[in-house]
Write a protein that binds this ligand. Structure first.
Ligand code: RAM
Length: 337
């Protein structure tokens, strides 16, 4: 009897150890939690970014891709979310920032807590992140927007910009380059009259586009370098019966803009693949979290089907070059993103 009791005791103790050991292994094997924190929810562009995150996570195998964002494009909303992510001890956060400076204190706090932080799409200033991934060179994007509208307006007339929020890092950088491009003599008969902000909200962008057309009777074109803004501007141009009088270009999601490209409201526009942006960001974060790279200048990251991404000066990285869409190719791209 004593022997049986002893045996039982040994079995129980070893079972406890096995169980405890199993738990530890499970923790070690738990997938890395990588968060894609976007400017705001309800934006088709960022939903495509999220798809790219899931694709990379599946390929990597050890990653859980989590998609988050505030309901409106504000820095405050993002700060609140980052605070909760610090408490939850996630492994990495890739942020499309609503403000390049305002997020720095909280992202510094996250990095101090061991979380790897990068920005993508719309950057955080140096000091608030390790890597900043831009979809394409800012100068190229900004200058191209002006070239696209000039071709449509015959290099004539007043041009308005319907941007996202006034604090958006990416749109502000592109708009600075648009001003530079307009300095060229070939645009001497064109005037950039005003930049208005639709805050990446459809209704506000629509109202701002209508107001621009009413305020400037000499308006020949609108540039909207935001997927929400260009869609709302297209609708505003149609509702105001200004097709052909006010030309439209910008950065649009093919799946959302196909109708307006095909009916000529927006003859041409540009963008990159947002799925690739989410995919590449996730690949970069995984490499930072697992220590494959530190994120220093010259570091090369194997970003799967996107090839090698090299980290440049100040942690800057560039993904590719924008596509230009028109009625000949829009259907093909609309099927993808
Ligand atoms: C909107 C957002 C995003 C920008 C695209 C082009 O979806 O503002 O940050 O990159 O447009």
């Amino acid at each position: 009897m004593k022997k049986i009791l002893l045996l039982l005791l040994v079995l129980m103790v070893s079972a406890t150890f096995t169980f405890a050991g199993g738990q530890k292994d499970a923790e070690e094997d738990a997938p890395l939690k990588i968060v894609l924190l976007v400017k705001s929810l309800g934006n088709g562009f960022f939903e495509a970014v999220a798809d790219g995150g899931v694709e990379a996570a599946k390929e990597l195998g050890n990653v859980e891709s989590i998609y988050m964002g505030p309901s409106a494009s504000t820095a405050e909303g993002q700060i609140e979310i980052i605070e909760t992510l610090i408490a939850q001890q996630v492994d990495g956060i890739a942020i499309s920032a609503n403000d390049r400076d305002a997020l720095i204190p909280v992202t510094k706090k996250a990095m101090k807590a061991g979380i790897k932080v990068m920005s993508f799409d719309s950057g955080i200033a140096l000091g608030g992140r390790i890597v900043d991934l831009v979809p394409s060179v800012e100068e190229l994007i900004g200058r191209q927007q002006v070239q696209l509208i000039a071709e449509l307006t015959d290099y004539k007339g007043q041009i308005g910009i319907v941007s996202a929020t006034s604090q958006a890092t990416n749109q502000n950088a592109w708009i600075d380059w648009m001003y530079e491009e307009f300095k060229d003599a070939k645009y001497k008969d064109m005037e950039l009259v005003e930049v208005v902000y639709g805050d990446d909200a459809s209704d506000k962008s629509y109202r701002e586009a209508v107001a621009l057309m009413q305020k400037y009777p000499g308006l020949t074109g609108i540039i909207s370098p935001t997927t929400i803004g260009i869609l709302a501007s297209a609708k505003a141009i149609e509702d105001e019966s200004m097709q052909g009088k006010v030309q439209l270009t910008g950065l649009g999601l093919p799946s959302e803009m196909q109708h307006y490209i095909e009916n000529g409201t927006c003859v041409q526009m540009a963008l990159w693949n947002p799925i690739d942006l989410g995919y590449t960001s996730t690949m970069i974060l995984e490499a930072l979290i697992t220590g494959k790279v530190a994120g220093n200048e010259g570091d090369k990251i194997n970003a799967g089907r996107m090839g090698m991404i090299e980290i440049g000066k100040d942690g800057n990285a560039v993904m590719g070059t924008p596509f230009v869409f028109n009625k000949d190719n829009i259907a093909k791209f609309a099927a993808m993103f």
